[in-house]
Design a protein around this ligand. Structure first.
Ligand SMILES: Cc1cc2nc3c(=O)[nH]c(=O)nc-3n(C[C@H](O)[C@H](O)[C@H](O)COP(=O)(O)OP(=O)(O)OC[C@H]3O[C@@H](n4cnc5c(N)ncnc54)[C@H](O)[C@@H]3O)c2cc1C
Length: 398
């Protein structure tokens, strides 16, 4: 047996023995996932699963061990994801710290910042939110106006962010601030601070569904210390060089939103729709038109997963085109919208119901509505296409 085969067998055995049964059911949505944090509340099985996975470093399997990770190679990480998907184990932690800030700190952080911030992210102790968008600065993010003024041993931050997901539940924020009004991209600083700081307020934005996943976030004379202890600066990278960090982080965010980390465990669309609308005497989906469409989208998904795997390898090797995350985000989110549209049309009006146990709290319709936001958050599809057309296809910039 090769080392990787042995690793697969051990991993599968450990997951079987340690994953609580509740964590082997799909989450109903964002609110059913475990987000950790100082004020975390846990549903049955979540805390046990989080603690066990964090102890092995498997909340962030490919991060180095000294920062709370599992130290796994890329091949081992893939095996872990595959076995988790096969055994239907949930991810133990949903976290902007893992998906966004962590990778940026691994690249741009100092050793002291990595040791200070990364392990609590890996253990799910600190929940982070993303302070990027402002009223008037969404797609044109670099026009942001929230200011951070240097006052010696601290910065004073004033301004407003918007669409800050879960700002009202987050412990800390990674925040883009303007430190030079005369420079657009070269006047931005990437700051880390506590949401409990005096002068930070959040106001949830109520959505049509009644949920409020976003907030307006206000900063009124917020004092942000320059350091949080020996060498632990609140600035990531350097003052006025935050745009480099912001762009790198967006690349990770876009890859994550594209669904690349999905692991490939869910049933194919063909299987899902056949289960929902029935099979003929040959075991095939009864409706031939839906069957053909589902097959087309399932083939697209397989192609996307193959492309995502290649992208992951080239990214790890530092050989990936800088605009590739834009391409992946566009392809993944638009494909996912098409898949969920088909699920809804196959389900008819019953698919719109969203309260009963039978519909798993309306999982289909909620997933369908959520896909609409995927092609906006982290940069819209139109903006992704602009970047692909200029940077990959080299089309003229009119
Ligand atoms: C679910 C969700 C979660 C989010 N979470 C966060 C968060 O946690 N933190 C955060 O900071 N932000 C967050 N956002 C905000 C998100 O990043 C912005 O919505 C996004 O960048 C678009 O900006 P905007 O909403 O200001 O739209 P605008 O930039 O005003 O765009 C409006 C429309 O114009 C189009 N458009 C704009 N510029 C161009 C162009 N050059 N060419 C062609 N078309 C263009 C866009 O495609 C869009 O259709 C979230 C958004 C969503 C939907």
């Amino acid at each position: 047996m090769s080392d990787l085969e042995a690793f697969r067998a051990e991993t599968a055995a450990w997951l079987e023995a340690n994953c609580p049964p509740e964590m082997r059911q799909p989450a109903r949505g964002d609110e059913d996932a475990c987000w950790g944090g100082r004020n975390a509340t846990f549903k049955p099985g979540q805390k046990e699963w989080l603690d066990k996975m964090a102890a092995k470093g498997w909340t962030v399997p490919d991060w180095p061990k000294e920062y709370g990770g599992g130290g796994l190679s890329r091949a081992e990480t893939k095996i872990l994801n595959q076995e988790m998907a096969r055994l239907r184990c949930r991810q133990p932690l949903s976290s902007f710290g893992i998906w966004m800030l962590g990778p940026a700190l691994l690249k741009f952080g100092t050793e002291a910042q990595k040791k200070h911030f990364l392990p609590p992210i890996a253990r799910g102790e600190i929940r982070w939110c993303q302070g990027y968008s402002e009223p008037g600065s969404g797609s044109d993010l670099a026009s942001l106006q929230t200011s951070a003024v240097d006052e010696g041993d601290h910065f004073v931050v004033n301004g407003q962010k918007i669409w800050t997901s879960y700002a009202d539940k987050a412990d800390w924020i990674f925040c883009l601030t303007r430190t030079d009004k005369n420079e657009k991209h070269k006047g931005i600083t990437f700051l880390l601070f506590d949401m409990a700081s005096e002068g930070v307020t959040t106001k949830p934005i109520e959505l049509i569904s009644g949920a409020s996943a976003f907030c307006e976030t206000f900063f009124d004379d917020v004092k942000v210390p320059k350091t949080y202890g020996e060498g632990v600066s609140s600035v990531v990278y350097e003052v006025n060089k935050g745009w480099d960090v912001a762009k790198y982080l967006l690349g990770h965010e876009r890859s994550m939103i594209s669904g690349m980390g999905g692991g490939g465990g869910s049933l194919s669309l063909g299987q899902q729709l056949s289960d929902a609308i029935g099979r003929d005497e040959n075991g095939q989906m009864v409706d031939p038109i839906l069957r053909a469409k589902a097959a087309e989208l399932d083939v697209d998904l397989l192609a996307f997963r193959a492309m995502a795997e290649r992208f992951g390898d080239t990214f790890k090797a530092g050989m990936c085109h800088p605009a590739q995350p834009n391409m992946m985000k566009y392809a993944g989110t638009e494909m996912n919208k098409d898949r969920l549209e088909l699920v809804m049309s196959a389900g008819g009006s019953a698919a719109l119901e969203w309260e009963s146990e039978a519909s798993n709290g309306g999982k289909k319709s909620r997933d369908w509505l959520r896909t609409k936001a995927n092609s906006i958050e982290g940069g819209t599809s139109e903006v992704m296409l602009n970047v692909v057309s200029k940077q990959i296809l080299q089309l003229p910039n009119k």
